[in-house]
Structures are given as C-alpha cells and as structure tokens.
Design a protein around this ligand. Structure first.
Ligand code: DC
Length: 250
C-alpha cells in the first residue's frame, strides 16, 4: 500500500458540473469489506490483518474521529461547538502515513500522534463529537476517498450501514464488555501503564451507551452483516473466518 496522504484542506476550486448519467469509476467498483463493532471488540486488529492478507487499503475510521477529537482538545474547542468542529474537519492538517514497522501512523500538524490517539480522554471526546450530525457528514467524504483498487477494508461503527452500504461483505464483530475491559487492561499493563479494570469497564459501558443510543448512525449491525462474537476466539481464528467469507463473496 502506498503512503496515503489525506491532508485536509478547504477546497477553493469551484464544483465541476455534474455529468449524467454517472459512469462508475474504478474507485466506486473497488470491493469493500466493512468491519463494525464496539470499542475493544478487536475490529482494528482483525481489519488490518485482513487488509494485509488481501493487499487491500485499510481505513481505521475510529482514528479519523480520534484525531479530530485530539485536534479539538488541542485547540480548546468545546465538545458542543458544532460550527468549530465542522470547520476543524476542513482545516486540520491530518495525514495518514505508512509507518516504519508496517502499520500506519497518524500525523496532526506534521507530528506523529498515533499513540496519543489511544488516550482515554481522546477516545471519550471522540465518542462525544461523533454524536454530532453535521460533524459526521463533514467526515463522510474523507472516508469515501479511501475506496480505491484493489479494495478496501474499513472498520468503525457505521461502515456497513452508512458509509459503504453497498459493501459485498459486512462483518459485525462483538465481544462482551467484561472481555473487552480485560483486553484493554492487559494491553495497558503490558505497556507499563497502570490501569484499573473497574474503571476501564465503566468507560467501556459509558462509550457503548453513547455509541449504541445516539440518534445519528448508532452502532448497529447492518441487516446483511455477518455477526462474529470474538469473546472466546483468537485473532487468527477470526481473521481466518473473515478471509473465508471474503473468498466466497468477493
Ligand atoms: O473505534 P474507536 O474506539 O477508535 O472510535 C473512537 C470513537 O469514534 C467511538 O467512540 C465512536 C466514534 N466512531 C464513530 O462514531 N464512527 C466510526 N465509524 C468510528 C468511530
């Protein structure tokens, strides 16, 4: 996958006149696998592994929400300041780049912020601003641009329901809140970060509540999604299942 430059700038170029009928572009025809699910269900790990296997592009839409959350915190924009948040989507200099270790790095104002995006405060802010309809609409176009040949794996909350409703393969990945809190606890301890499992579980429940119950694009399985519960399965088992489904459908 080549470096993906997605610097966000306000476009001054006037809109091109619409052609009719629209001819499907290569990008529009590129197959998409969507993987939606709650925080900590393992969708990021699974999605990037599936993308790697298929040599597809990979969109971590949560990172897009998180980097906007971080930018809003840095600029001291309030979580309910809709105009400033929409403006931020247009002006925040955000870039996704392939990292030295093969993953991808997120840059904000030219600085790598990948690990900062995982801070609880940033995740919480992301889930707050994700409830704002005009903000989500502003981010939509950025996400659609990731659809390029040979294909895309996109993970998030509404990839299969809103952003790529025509995706030929949609996965809804779940795991119990307790298992997700345990996984997060283990990750933090391994990184030498002190963590309290009761607090983590409370954070997960609070975020779930907001993601499931918000009015716009709530977290829900698409009607044509395949649900996989990862609570008792290894990463390899889930990746194999998704690749099997991909083999049958794409
Ligand atoms: O997947 P994540 O935990 O990195 O996402 C952070 C927050 O962003 C999450 O609480 C909800 C929001 N989000 C969203 O609303 N829609 C998406 N497609 C991805 C993330």
């Amino acid at each position: 996958m080549s470096d993906i430059e997605t610097t966000i700038k306000r476009s001054k170029v006037p809109a091109k006149p619409k052609r009719s009928p629209a001819k499907p572009t290569d990008a529009a025809l590129a197959p998409v696998i969507t993987i939606d699910g709650p925080s900590g269900s393992g969708k990021g790990t699974i999605a990037s592994a599936v993308a790697e296997h298929l040599a597809y592009n990979y969109l971590d839409s949560g990172a897009l929400y998180r980097v906007m959350a971080l930018a809003s915190l840095n600029r001291e924009i309030a979580a309910d300041d809709v105009d400033s948040l929409v403006e931020l989507v247009m002006i925040a200099p955000v870039t996704f780049k392939r990292s030295a270790c093969g993953g991808s790095d997120v840059l904000l104002e030219g600085e790598i912020v990948t690990s900062e995006l995982r801070r609880e405060e940033v995740g919480l802010r992301a889930s707050q601003i994700a409830t704002i309809a005009p903000f989500r609409t502003a981010l939509l176009d950025r996400q659609l641009r990731w659809r390029r040949p040979p294909g895309l794996v996109a993970d998030g909350r509404d990839m299969g329901t809103v952003v790529f409703p025509d995706a030929p393969l949609k996965i809804y990945l779940t795991a119990s809140a307790e298992i997700r809190a345990q996984r997060r606890h283990k990750q933090l301890i391994e990184k030498g970060i002190e963590a309290n499992i009761v607090g983590l579980l409370a954070d997960i429940n609070e975020r779930d509540d907001r993601d499931y119950n918000r009015e716009i694009a709530p977290l829900v399985a698409a009607a044509d999604a395949i649900t996989i519960d990862s609570s008792t399965q290894t990463i390899e088992e889930v990746v194999t299942k998704v690749l099997d489904f991909a083999g049958n459908r794409l």
